[in-house]
Design a protein around this ligand. Structure first.
Ligand code: AMP
Ligand code: MG
Length: 478
């Protein structure tokens, strides 16, 4: 089946988008194609023509547009919109699922402000690699269908090769889209967006008593689960502005994200996050703050009495804390091989994290080591306080109904052997920008089976040396 694009988003009032075509690029060339994703979308290699993927030729049914949205960036409200992206429309797959196809780096739009509307190759390759890693870790995420170089330079601090990323998302509706809608000061337009979102992502609540309140609940629940799953693999998103919070609960916008190495709850990598607003352990509370901004936009739809609307919305937001805690506790329990989580298991979890922090142990590799029956070789497991912890852990383990072997297998399926290590990602991107994709492809292959590691890829699992780790910073990648 070829491209089968619909543009249901264009049913929304016209303030929500700006129809336009992509800039023309001198010499588009494909550098990456995501075959498994293309297949899932029902596309074959013939459909993946560069002229379609860079927006020169419209795929069947496509009518490209830039989306309007707003957002709180580092706590401050701003009007935004797709300043360097165009949605081609929604590919409806042979299974009847609907995915936005978005070109990122496709040129200026009315929302570009001071920007050039373009993207550089390095950050687009980074998004491709990181989003694939997240997908195969089982974490909801937007994905990447292809990366093309445009044949044009982009000017940042230095001159860089320009690129387009073809992004695939369940949708690009964000908290910021609702913030934009609320500021149109027209309740019917806000209702259109809410109804469209419900129909597209939460059809089960259509026609329920107060579907807008239900919407707050479901969006909060998905965000809570998402953020808990980030914490379980040591992921720092880096720029959790409300325009980067997807309503359907996918990880979106891989600008300054990174995985932690040694466990540090206050880890921040983004060069512009000077006060640690989006630090590793702040992510749940920021998530809730973002959802409060979402809930505020829906108040007029919830009750004509503002006081009552607020009370109901606050009640709906309460689900965030419970859903976060449930997902985190169950997930952390499984990582440690607990078949249930009660007070004793909880205490062991907390103690383990304290020990990781105290001894600056590598977050993912230490969990992985625990899941291997022949392990406990590292210095960490020889420390007196860790030996004591392990003794208590074994006592709890012995009450597990699964055999030791099965339990360790289960733990191995929850504790990745491979995450995209920052120092390796940087090295792979440096080389790829010079035309050598060897390390990039090795990493990509490895992160696609994160719970098992090929013997020849053991080096990809090593944590960085002190020098490699020190002062590591990420950038927004604009
Ligand atoms: P981001 O940091 O990618 O979430 O982007 C925040 C906002 O800045 C969005 O509205 C983007 O569309 C816009 N933006 C980012 N980079 C550029 C660029 N190079 N040109 C125009 N707009 C941009
Ligand atoms: Mg963004």
């Amino acid at each position: 089946m070829p491209w089968n694009i619909e543009t249901s988003y264009l049913q929304l009032p016209e303030e929500f988008y700006h129809k336009q075509t992509a800039s023309k690029f001198p010499a588009p060339q494909r550098v990456l194609t995501n075959e498994p994703l293309a297949e899932m979308l029902g596309l074959n290699s013939k459909d993946l023509d560069n002229s379609v993927l860079c927006g020169v030729v419209k795929a069947s049914g496509s009518e490209p547009f830039a989306q309007a949205y707003a957002g709180h960036q580092y706590g401050h409200f701003t009007f935004l919109g797709d300043g360097r992206a165009l949605v081609l429309g929604e590919q409806v797959t042979p299974q009847g699922e609907r995915f936005d196809i978005q070109l990122k780096g496709s040129g200026r739009t009315p929302f570009s402000r001071m920007g050039d509307g373009k993207a550089a190759l390095g950050p687009m390759l980074r998004e491709y690699l990181m989003s694939e890693a997240m997908h195969y870790l089982g974490i909801p995420t937007t994905r990447s269908l292809a990366v093309l170089t445009t044949g044009e330079p982009v000017f940042r601090e230095t001159v860089l090769p320009g690129a387009i990323l073809v992004r695939v998302a369940s949708s690009h509706i964000r908290v910021g889209t609702f913030e934009f809608a609320a500021r149109l000061n027209d309740i019917s337009k806000l209702r259109s967006l809410a109804n469209y979102t419900i129909k597209r992502h939460f059809p089960d609540i259509q026609g329920s008593d107060n579907s807008y309140l239900e919407l707050i609940r479901l969006v909060s629940q998905r965000q809570a689960k998402l953020i808990a799953s980030w914490l379980l693999v040591g992921f720092v998103h880096g720029v959790m502005n409300t325009d980067n919070v997807s309503i359907c609960g996918e990880t979106i916008d891989y600008g300054p994200c990174a995985f932690i190495n040694s466990y540090d709850p206050s880890a921040v990598f983004s060069s512009i996050d000077r006060h640690g607003r989006y630090a590793f352990s702040n992510q749940p509370s920021i998530g809730l703050w973002n959802l409060a901004r979402f809930a505020e936009t829906l108040l007029p739809l919830i009750d004509s009495d503002l006081g009552k609307a607020k009370e109901k919305a606050e009640g709906a937001l309460n689900i965030f804390a419970t859903a976060f805690q449930d997902t985190w506790r169950t997930g952390m329990g499984l990582k440690l091989g607990f078949s249930r989580v009660d007070a004793m298991e909880l205490k062991l979890m907390e103690r383990f994290l304290t020990l990781l922090e105290l001894h600056r142990a590598d977050f993912n590799n230490t969990f992985r080591e625990l899941s291997l029956t022949d392990a406990f070789q590292s210095d960490f497991f020889r420390k007196t306080d860790v030996v004591e912890w392990r003794r208590d852990w074994l006592t709890v383990q012995s009450q597990n109904t699964l055999s030791i072997e099965d339990n360790h297998k289960l733990m191995q399926s929850k504790n990745p052997a491979i995450i995209p290590r920052n120092h390796l990602v940087e090295e792979a991107l440096q080389e790829a920008q010079l035309g050598n994709f060897t390390l990039f492809h090795r990493l990509l292959k490895a992160v696609r089976t994160p719970f098992q590691i090929d013997p020849e890829d053991l080096d990809l699992g090593f944590p960085p040396t002190k020098e490699q780790e020190e002062g590591y910073q990420t950038f927004c990648g604009t």
